[in-house]
Design a protein around this ligand. Sequence first.
Ligand code: SF4
Length: 316
Amino acid sequence: MKHVVSVSGGKDSTATLLIALDRCPPGSVVPIFCDTGNEHQAVHNYLGYLEQALDIQIHRLKADFREQLAAKRRFIARDTRTGRAPDGRKVRWSNKGKRRALAVLHPSGNPFLDLCMLKGRFPSSAAQFCTSELKRDPAVEFQLDLVDAGHRVVSWQGIRRDESINRRFKPKFERIGPGMRVCRPIIDWSAEQVFALAKARGIAPNPLYMQGMGRVGCMPCINCRKADLRQIAVRFPDHIERIAEWERVVSACSKRGSSTFFPASHADQDVREVFTVSGIRNRVEWSKTTRGGRQFDLLQVLDEPNTCSSIYGLCE
Ligand code: SF4
């Protein structure tokens, strides 16, 4: 039996890992981390800390899109389709679009960026392909390899009912296929219980929680809250600049010629207006405003980047 624990560097998966290590026979716990390429360095440092503190090895899994990108290059270069889309536009790539896309469509080695280049767009809450292709698929593939090697697998998931409506009705135990089960040991826990368990075991929380982050994972996540985006911009402006550069590259790989990290405000927005209105830098400016998005929030300006500000009350 192998107990595969998906570790993200966040509080819930850390608590789940601690429970698995407590309950399962030595050597049967296999922690994995799915690297999206969009995490803060603090997440990687925290994984190293967990490995040292718990004397474990965390397997790093990384999706690889090199073959699909090569296939997309071939497709764009040879595209001679003649039909038109329902809005009247030609379906084939224009010569200008081909030159623009082929100039940048090379594997970067960063799974998040490569996936977005492949799709010609960023994920959204309605099309959350980042989760499925960067996290779920590599984890499932890893577990299926264990099953093929003759192991039975229990997949430990650190999710809680009070996190979202989707998670509210998830069972604690579930059989998902031959030789594969799911265990969600903290499904009924609160965030406070999760932090308390780690504290009782002498495990420090990820420092990002003390720097205003409500959640640890991609930085930023496509679903991040307004307050999180504001904190990221104040404390980690290099991440905003990285996303601005990704917007330029992914736009070049899009037939339309534009794609923004957060969805454009209006579907019919002019391509030239998209970045000014919906680009990451403009979203950051919006995140500094009060509710309604018009007025600049003067109190937030006083929030110094070095201040400890955990929404979970972790600050001493
Ligand atoms: S954390 Fe957010 S951006 Fe990252 S894979 Fe999950 S949904 Fe996508």
